[in-house]
Design a protein around this ligand. Structure first.
Ligand code: 13P
Length: 254
């Protein structure tokens, strides 16, 4: 933090964001959110956020408003409104005071056919609605084993970077190697740093080296500190471990 690798100064405040995925219920969320609210003041200078399923955004808002924790959703439509059954617009997320929205999580790409271009379009739609998109990229195990990580990340990022420096300067990126998600198999800090440095180089080339790049994939309290010690890892996007207040706060405090 402080001065980035490129020498352009600008602090990148650490961000630890929970992605609840399709987990939760009203009673369980209430307990989790109360635990987060009660403990967040002890995590130091780390921004903490949660991304809940759509139906719980009102609950998340009512419990977290006035706290240091911000919130968001896990997906949004590229459309502003209209006959798009089942979709949720950025403006609707804004109605629940969302600050963040994930775009292009690997589960959306793999299970819902989201293309690189669609993900960039979603990032643009989020910005247009006043939200901060957290654009997720990452290679599969096959791609990693074939030595294609850099090429895959560059391809996924290309349409996002094409939005231009003004837009990209407002987003957050998350590197989540698909082989590390929910598998207990985390990238080593060096492995992650190498990819993050490559992403930082692309950002620097665009003139926005200060964009935060989170790491995601089996992040836990036990491995968070070693990941956060890397110069280009600006925080974490946390799945499973974000569902337990104490564990998630320990990651934020790491
Ligand atoms: P896990 O932390 O459960 O591996 O999930 C990572 C993830 O996909 C966060 O978006």
């Amino acid at each position: 933090m402080g001065v980035s690798e490129s020498g352009v100064s600008g602090p990148r405040r650490r961000l630890v964001m929970g992605n609840w995925k399709m987990h939760g219920n009203l009673a369980g969320n209430a307990a989790l959110l109360a635990g987060l609210r009660a403990g967040v003041d002890s995590v130091g200078n780390c921004e903490v956020a949660v991304c809940s399923p759509f139906p719980y955004l009102a609950q998340v808002q009512s419990i977290l408003q006035g706290s240091a924790i911000s919130w968001g959703a896990q997906d949004l439509s590229v459309h502003a409104q209209g006959a798009y059954t089942g979709e949720v617009s950025g403006a609707m997320l804004g109605d629940f005071a969302c600050r963040w929205v994930l775009a292009g999580h690997s589960e959306r790409r793999a299970l819902h056919g989201e293309t690189d271009q669609l993900v960039a379009d979603k990032a643009a739609a989020a910005l247009a609605a006043g939200l901060v998109p957290v654009v997720c990229v990452g290679e599969t195990l096959d791609e990693q084993e074939a030595g294609r990580t850099d090429e895959v990340i560059a391809r996924q990022l290309a349409p996002v970077l094409a939005l231009g420096a003004q837009a990209v300067g407002q987003i957050v990126l998350a590197y989540e190697p698909v082989w590390a998600i929910g598998t207990g198999r985390t990238a080593t800090p060096d492995q992650a740093q190498e990819v993050h440095a490559g992403i930082r180089a692309l950002l620097s080339a665009l003139g926005v080296p200060g964009v935060r790049v989170l790491y995601g994939g089996s992040v836990k309290a036990a491995n968070a500190a070693s990941l956060f010690a890397m110069p280009d890892i600006d925080g974490a996007l946390v799945g499973g471990a974000s569902l337990v207040a104490e564990e998630f706060l320990r990651i934020a405090a790491a």
